[in-house]
Design a protein around this ligand. Sequence first.
Ligand code: NDP
Ligand code: 8X3
Length: 254
Amino acid sequence: MARTVFITGASAGFGAACARAFAARGDRLVLAARRAERLQALVEELGPSTPIHCLALDVRDRAAVEQALASLPAEFAEVDVLINNAGLALGLEPAHQTDLDDWDVMVDTNIKGLMYCTRLLLPGMVARRRGHVVNIGSTAGDWPYPGGNVYGGTKAFVAQFTRNLRADLLGTGVRASCVAPGMAETEFSLVRFKGAAARADQVYADTQPLSAEDLARVILWVADQPPHVNINSLEVMSVDQAWGHLAVHREKKS
Ligand code: NDP
Ligand code: 8X3
């Protein structure tokens, strides 16, 4: 049966790949992102066989999110799957050298934007006794690394918020899942390094990172489980990535 799938951050990376994957399955799509022209290009690519409603939306803007979700056309108003994917990292400096504005943007997008979409769409899901919130976390939410400071903190929030959603939603039939990818080649590093393409490319040099399509396949699998099956959390990495040893500071003690 066709579902209505609401994807935030659908203009690039995982979100755009999810749009393609869920469209291929025959679902209706609500696609949200700030870059409306990218969403329009997806509409044209996917063609008239996929019903799509586009929202040029900044998920940080609570009033705009409230307005957009309250005025979804009837055909798209009963959201079955919410993919809370819009998000970003900004910077890789140590905590004492970061730009506080970058921290604000990450908190406002990765935490507050995700909260707004979830809170506004949940009542309908609970009333219909069906629905699925799929949150995109990160390995950075579980495994610290230098420069991960607030980005990792926002993704730790996503993981714990998802578990707490499960606790609240017990008995409603509504599912909640957290998919936590590791290194994946999208526009993520270009955004993190503020357009410095060579530095972004370095992140993936001589590796086979995850692709957006890899993640879309995993997210589709999570959403396609039978209604009584809830994937709580799912961590996925490229085979070229694993954990390192704990760091030790060495300095001659006098
Ligand atoms: P991309 O930069 O390729 O895509 C990010 C998407 O988020 C874009 O569509 C962007 O759209 C959207 N977005 C960013 N800010 C906002 C906003 N304020 N309002 C609405 N949409 C917004 O990155 P990825 O696809 O890699 O990232 C998707 C998610 O996956 C993020 O949450 C990221 O943290 C997470 N992730 C990524 C990993 C990676 O290595 N790539 C690994 C683990 C997790 P627009 O700019 O048009 O608004
Ligand atoms: C993105 C993966 O390792 O760059 O969430 O933080 S990482």
